[in-house]
Design a protein around this ligand. Structure first.
Ligand SMILES: [Zn+2]
Length: 165
């Protein structure tokens, strides 16, 4: 079958970022350890899914997403200063390290430390891949209909559909 709404898809990918014409390898999913996901429920970047539509097992793909279609342009204002008191009793983070934070609705997110002074720690709240074009290439390994359980849970249960939850 071809990839359509409510398919479960297993695929390999190589992901490269492209910033000012320079490609950098980021990560991959291999045939031994593929990415398995429920298509069309908003778990993936919409433009990523759009580029895979109608492909079937054995097809290869190779496409680029602009930053705007991926994780967005970099927001130069997405910078926050955290009071040094927040770190009392803990070691101060180093510039370049990633801080796991939580907003007041309980959403977890990661911030990259860009500066540390005596009174505050400055963090960049942009997604690490903001401002970068993404280049994906890979192969479709499996396409099948989602099971009722998968549709109820809103996620894929592995290549065979039997993860047991
Ligand atoms: Zn589940």
């Amino acid at each position: 079958m071809n990839i359509e709404q409510e398919s479960v898809v297993a695929l390999t990918y190589d992901l490269y970022t492209n910033e000012n014409g320079e490609e950098k390898f980021v990560e991959q999913a291999t045939e031994e350890n593929p990415l398995v996901f429920l298509y069309g429920v908003g778990m993936m970047l919409p433009k990523f899914e759009e580029n895979l539509q109608d492909l079937s097992v054995g097809d290869t793909y190779d496409f680029e997403l602009t930053a705007g279609d991926a994780y967005g342009e970099k927001d130069e204002n997405a910078i926050a200063e955290l009071p040094i008191d927040m770190f009392q009793g803990n070691d101060l983070p180093e510039v370049g390290s990633i801080l796991p934070l939580q907003d007041n609705q309980g959403h977890q997110f990661q911030a990259r430390v860009t500066g540390v002074t005596e009174i505050s720690v400055t963090v960049d709240l942009n997604h690490p891949m903001a401002g970068q074009d993404l280049h994906f290439k890979g192969k479709i390994l499996e396409v099948r209909k989602a099971t009722a359980d998968e549709l109820a849970h809103g996620h894929a249960h592995g290549v065979d559909g039997h993860s047991g939850h």
